[in-house]
Design a protein around this ligand. Structure first.
Ligand code: ZN
Length: 162
């Protein structure tokens, strides 16, 4: 009897084929819930994968998160979904849809680079400009009183939000 190793990953997920698993409206609601998805973990045994996650309820962030699960076929199509929310529509609720979209957009949703930028906004801002130069020197502006970085920094903020 062969012993199959279980491989668990929490990042770098391969895309999954969502196809027509969800209703169109549910799928687009799920897209808006991508940032409510937490603790994503994919367990693979041989070629079969199960993705587990939590989804913070949209209406009340104080409620317990829903437990969301997606089972994949070896071709990474959605075979089955589960969620303990009240919708109970055979695991095809917006929370399961949110997890499916999360997996496919993981790099843009929680990419390591952007996470680090959020944790260290000041360092990131500094990196936007050559070291040792103030913004005034860089743009050949006369020194203002008080220093008016505000418009430049708000552009940096907008950049961070993308
Ligand atoms: Zn649900």
């Amino acid at each position: 009897m062969a012993i199959m190793a279980t491989i668990k990953i929490r990042a770098g997920f391969l895309p999954i084929e969502i196809a027509n698993y969800f209703r169109e409206s549910t799928s687009s609601k799920g897209l808006h819930l991508i940032k409510h998805i937490l603790h994503v973990e994919e367990s693979s045994v041989d070629v079969k994968s199960t993705i587990l996650a939590k989804c913070i309820p949209q209406a009340s962030i104080n409620k317990d998160p829903y437990r969301v699960e997606i089972t994949l076929t070896p071709e990474r199509k959605i075979e089955d979904g589960h969620c303990n929310c009240v919708a109970r529509i055979s695991g095809q609720c917006k929370h399961v849809a949110a997890l499916a979209h999360y997996v496919n957009r993981e790099r843009t949703v929680s990419g390591t680079d952007s996470a680090q930028q959020w944790q260290k906004p000041s360092e990131f801002r500094q990196s936007l400009y050559p070291k040792g130069e103030t913004i005034e020197e860089l743009f050949h502006l006369p020194p203002a009183e008080p220093p008016s970085y505000s418009s430049d920094l708000s552009e940096a903020d907008d950049f961070l939000k993308i």
